[in-house]
Design a protein around this ligand. Structure first.
Ligand code: XLS
Ligand code: CA
Ligand code: CA
Length: 438
């Protein structure tokens, strides 16, 4: 039985006016030596797509995600059918979930785990039927009131243990479903005031939880990735995984840097006062680029709006970083994005995914054009040419000293910087490559 009236979404090309068609996402088309499907590795977010009903701080839900059912377990079974129908119709090869997205929690940890055990065979069956894969799984250790003071950073050892149980089970399911990644997003792992917080103990505990999770999964043969997803704030005033650089410091301090990569979300980057590209770049040059939560924020709203990405300039710079990183390995582009509260119909889900997928397909094509054009890379290379030979090469090799450099500088006449950074030229080149065909 079909749950959505819309049929399969096909690629019709840029001239198409059909709202239910891809204008740019052509899964089999080759870009940069791989198919678009291989380059982009799109993923559906179970929580927003199947569970999010438009509830916000000021109002109750506007969208119905019960799919005609009233019994809680039946609702969640229908959500599973709906998820796979959507993935099938939208040609989305992967999905991501939190434990709590899949089933009701019931009244106890035992009930929650029993509910999970009951749904996993259905998910497995649907994954096989539709040939879909799990990009990553995670545990929701932030929603329930028990996590009010954190999960791995809670002041209560019992709450810490409860989170460990949830993480163990979420890892079991991720492994059972052949997941390629596991995410730690520390929604409540931070603080609202330092007056009541032992930050050192909390960070030690958070690292301990991650170490135990790695040991547990690796001990059972898990070969996928572990990711930390940075976010600076919200719901806490300060979240410990503030941004990629902060996460790197944490991972290195606790010797976890070989085990973890980062899952970078666009809207979290901008909340941290960085560009999306900055976060991707930082991850790439530090060897921790892993996966992406594809969305965008709103320039006028200071919180996490999780909108479907439509800004092609941003998707282009994102895909440029992905190409420079050599492409995804286990990661992909997960649409951690929701339709607006006013877009409450099921058709809107299709339109939103089409918008996001087309924007990233365009971004990929344009990023590949930038690489092939070569002017921007060549400019940057030339800008640092003084480090290729002579004293510059010695600095790079580490074969000089402060005294030698001082003598060298004293031997020079006037040292002036006359080379323009040519920002406007480069911005013109970007626009020419992106819109030259108009
Ligand atoms: C919330 C986060 C969350 C993670 C997974 O802001 O984006 O959805 O991606 O727990
Ligand atoms: Ca996210
Ligand atoms: Ca978000």
């Amino acid at each position: 039985m079909e749950l959505f009236k819309i049929g399969k979404i096909k690629y019709e090309g840029p001239q198409s006016k059909n709202p239910y068609a891809f204008k740019h996402y052509d899964p089999a088309a080759m870009v940069g030596g791989k198919t678009m499907a291989e380059q982009l590795r799109f993923s559906l977010s179970y929580w927003h797509t199947l569970c999010g009903d438009g509830t916000d701080m000021f109002g109750i839900g506007t969208a119905d995600k019960n799919f005609g059912e009233t019994d809680p377990l039946a609702i969640y079974r229908k959500k599973a059918y709906a998820a796979f129908e959507l993935m099938d119709k939208l040609d989305i090869p992967y999905f991501c979930f939190h434990d709590k997205d899949l089933v009701p929690e019931g009244g106890s940890l035992q009930a929650f785990q029993a509910n999970l055990d009951a749904i996993v065979p259905l998910l497995k069956e649907l994954m096989q039927k539709y040939d879909k894969k799990l990009l990553w799984g995670t545990a929701n250790c932030f929603n329930h009131p028990r996590y009010v003071h954190g999960a791995a950073t809670s002041c209560s050892a019992d709450v810490f243990s409860y989170a460990a149980a949830q993480i163990k089970k979420a890892l079991d399911i991720t492994m059972e479903l052949g997941g390629q990644g596991y995410v730690f997003w520390g929604g409540r792992e931070g603080y609202d005031t330092l007056l009541n917080t032992d930050m050192e103990l909390e960070l030690d505990n958070m690292a301990q939880m991650m170490r135990m999770a790695v040991d547990y999964a690796r001990g059972r043969g898990y070969t996928g990735d572990f990711y930390i997803e940075p976010k600076p704030k919200e719901p806490t005033k300060h979240q410990y995984d503030f941004d990629v650089a902060t996460v790197l410091g944490f991972l290195r301090k606790y010797g976890l840097d070989k085990e973890f990569k980062v899952n970078i979300e666009a809207n979290h980057a901008t909340l941290a006062q960085h560009t999306f590209q900055h976060e991707l770049y930082t991850a790439r040059i530090n060897g921790v680029f892993g996966s992406i939560d594809a969305n965008q924020g709103d320039q006028l709203i200071g919180w996490d709006t999780d909108q479907f990405p439509t800004n092609v300039y941003d998707t282009t710079l994102c895909m440029l970083e992905v190409l420079r990183a050599g492409g995804f390995v286990n990661g992909g582009l997960n649409f951690d994005a929701k339709t607006r509260r006013g877009s409450m119909n099921h058709e809107d889900i299709f339109l939103a995914y089409i918008a996001g997928m087309d924007s990233f397909a365009l971004g990929l094509k344009l990023a590949q054009k930038i690489v092939e054009d070569g002017r921007i890379d060549a400019f940057v290379k030339e800008r640092y040419a003084s480090f290729q030979t002579g004293i510059g090469a010695e600095i790079r090799r580490g074969t000089t000293t402060l005294e030698k450099l001082s003598d060298y500088a004293l031997s020079l006449d006037v040292v002036e910087e006359k080379n323009s950074g040519r920002q406007e030229y480069l911005e013109n080149v970007m626009n020419e490559i992106m819109f030259g065909g108009c």
